[in-house]
Ligand binder design. Structure first.
Ligand code: ATP
Length: 216
């Protein structure tokens, strides 16, 4: 789509919600300014990157003063809190899917879990975390123009066919929690989160790149 923030690099844009959460906390504590060093320690992003990111936000830190919290808060609000909520559908109400339905995503952002789909007749017709579960055959009917994002928590072998189906039904983005690598048309944005790969990767790092205790 065409709205906003075209000059901000994608890597910077990805850190926006992180910055926003921290700046919002500072604001609630009554702080008027923050240094890049303070920010860096809190959000675990190096201060050079923070300074570069913030220059894209039009925020220029001053030596001995830091950044103006109010300015940043207004910027992040306008960038992130667009008026319309992004509606989400979840495909696959297994263990992980059920956890997501019960998880309160709305606390911090403008997304809303609207509906879920499954093939299991035991799950269809129920409501989990206030979200209705429909049969997968109703995807086209229910998703319509209303749902922008699909979360995939189906078995790996169902991921590609389900992705194609939600794309046909009209979603614009997919959050893929299956280990399957999915191919989608170029106008569809897809983010992959493979929890077992993340866990294995952390275990590997612990083993092979132990942190120097003196730097802690
Ligand atoms: P569970 O204990 O409920 O089986 P799980 O996460 O281990 O949880 P999976 O085999 O990964 O189970 O399946 C996740 C969910 O996806 C299940 O509820 C299953 O009924 C559902 N499912 C399987 N195939 C499809 C499909 N093609 N489309 C939608 N949902 C599907």
């Amino acid at each position: 789509s065409n709205n906003g923030n075209h000059k901000i690099p994608q890597a910077t844009a990805k850190r926006l919600p992180l910055y926003y959460r921290f700046i919002n906390n500072l604001y609630n504590q009554g702080k008027a300014r923050v240094s890049s060093k303070e920010l860096s320690e809190a959000v675990k992003v190096d201060s050079a990157t923070i300074r570069r990111d913030f220059s894209y936000f039009g925020a220029l830190g001053k030596k001995g003063y830091g950044y103006n919290v109010n300015y940043l808060l207004t910027f992040f609000r306008e960038a992130l809190e667009h008026d319309d909520t992004t509606k989400v559908a979840l495909i696959g109400v297994g263990n992980l899917g059920t956890a997501f339905l019960n998880y309160n995503f709305t606390k911090n952002n403008n997304t809303k879990m609207e509906m879920a789909f499954d093939t299991s007749m035991e799950k269809v017709g129920t409501e989990i975390g206030g979200v209705p579960v429909y049969h997968i055959d109703d995807i086209e009917d229910k998703i319509g123009k209303d749902i922008q994002i699909a979360i995939l928590t189906v078995p790996a072998q169902a991921a590609q066919p389900m992705a194609e189906r939600v794309v046909k039904a009209g979603v614009e983005g997919i959050l893929n929690f299956t280990p399957a690598r999915i191919t989608v048309p170029p106008h569809i944005r897809i983010h992959h989160i493979d929890l077992s790969v993340e866990l294995q990767s952390l275990a590997y790092f612990l083993k092979h790149y132990p942190l120097d205790e003196e730097e802690q």
